[in-house]
Write a protein that binds this ligand. Structure first.
Ligand code: ZN
Length: 382
């Protein structure tokens, strides 16, 4: 079923396939393909469309992923909750971001607020005739390998938190999976990159990292690999929320940049988007303190990436979050330090800005749920 579903999923509306074509592509007999397609149709994952005149003039019904089935992507960040509905083909159909201070609230209350937002979105989807099968939740923290526990999310103040994921989509056949936001965004980025190995760097209050090796997310046995934000760039630097000192995050996290730019105590600091727009204003005016804060962040980012790339083989960097927004001002110092500490490994074309903007983590979290459908469609068998 997964093999047949995969051949249906990889097509675009312009190039849909018939049962005969799938039989030719998979090497399965036409009878086997027909019976598997019947199961996929009865489980609601696949629908038949139109007539296909390609096969020597004989009409054949084409197959596509059911446009009325979808998965939910959700994201908890320090200052917002986001929920989106993503079609089985990976298109973002609905997206709602609500600003909310999640730093000062406990796990239960944040999950309760998110569950209310998920319910509203699920109802809106239902009105459009869309049935949500399951979902993924991205959190800015370290997640255990089983995807159940937020081991540590220092910027949220969570430690060994076990969010009740069932309340997010009660009664959905697949439930909700938990993932790290930078890892989720790296997964979503994979669909837009031809390189098989890259590091996604997510700039938020902290700095997250998602390492992709051989087109697979590399998280290591404990699920914590790729945390470039906690590579030490200044052994005598500030204390980091992770318990370390002088981590990249203490220089290149959004709060750290804003402080260094002279915005500590600024009224705009109540909101992260406001802070970023004030910072951008200062950079455009050529404010020396702001320029120097961003340059230092770029230089230290290069240092951390160059050091990481000595151990794990990646030669492409994708910037997300505020690091993507600040790219025009930090690129020179970033490229300088990449060049200085890993000569020739990263030509300038190999540092890209995310194609997905602020939706990366949500799309990636939904993508995890999609993956579980595509890899094990029999779990939805009726
Ligand atoms: Zn740290």
């Amino acid at each position: 079923m997964a093999l047949v579903l995969g051949r249906i999923a990889e097509t675009s509306p312009a190039g849909r396939r018939s049962r005969a074509q799938i039989s030719a592509l998979t090497g399965l007999t036409k009878a086997s393909v027909s019976s598997l397609v019947l199961e996929l149709i009865s489980s609601g994952l696949v629908t038949e469309v139109g007539l296909n005149q390609q096969s020597r003039g004989r009409p054949g019904v084409e197959l596509e992923l059911n446009p009325n089935k979808a998965v939910l992507g959700a994201e908890i960040n320090v200052d917002y909750l986001a929920v989106g509905v993503v079609s089985l083909a990976g298109t973002l159909l609905m997206h709602e971001v609500r600003e909310r201070d999640n730093r000062s609230d406990g796990v239960e209350r944040v999950i309760a607020a998110l569950s209310q937002q998920c319910a509203v979105t699920a109802v809106a989807a239902e009105k459009e005739g869309i049935d949500v099968l399951g979902g993924g939740l991205a959190v800015p923290g370290l997640i255990d390998a089983a995807g159940q526990v937020v081991v540590s999310a220092p910027n949220l103040g969570w430690k060994n938190a076990r969010p009740d994921l069932r309340v997010l989509l009660p009664g959905s056949p697949l439930g909700v999976v938990l993932c790290n936001e930078a890892n989720a965004a790296a997964l979503a980025e994979m669909d837009h990159q031809s390189d098989t190995d890259f590091m996604f760097v997510s700039g938020e209050v902290g700095v997250g990292g998602g390492l992709v090796v051989g087109r697979e997310l590399f998280t290591g046995a404990d699920g914590h690999a790729g945390e470039v934000g906690h590579v030490v760039v200044d052994p005598y630097g500030s204390d980091c929320l992770c318990g370390g000192r002088g981590c990249l995050e203490t220089v290149a996290g959004q709060d750290a940049i804003a402080d260094a730019a002279g915005l500590a105590g600024h009224p705009a600091r109540s909101s992260r988007s406001l802070t970023l727009s004030v910072l951008l204003g200062l950079l455009k005016e050529g404010d020396a303190r702001a320029l120097s804060a961003v340059e230092r962040a770029g230089f230290c980012l290069g240092l951390a990436l160059a050091s990481s790339a000595r151990i794990v083989p990646f030669t492409l960097v994708v910037l997300g979050g505020h690091l993507a927004v600040l790219d025009p001002w930090l690129r020179i110092s970033l490229m300088d330090s990449l060049q200085r500490y890993s000569a020739g490994k990263f030509p300038s074309g190999n540092v890209l800005v995310s194609a997905l903007g602020s939706t990366g983590a949500l799309l990636g979290a939904a993508g995890l749920a999609l993956r579980s459908v595509l890899e094990a469609p029999h779990t939805l068998r009726r």
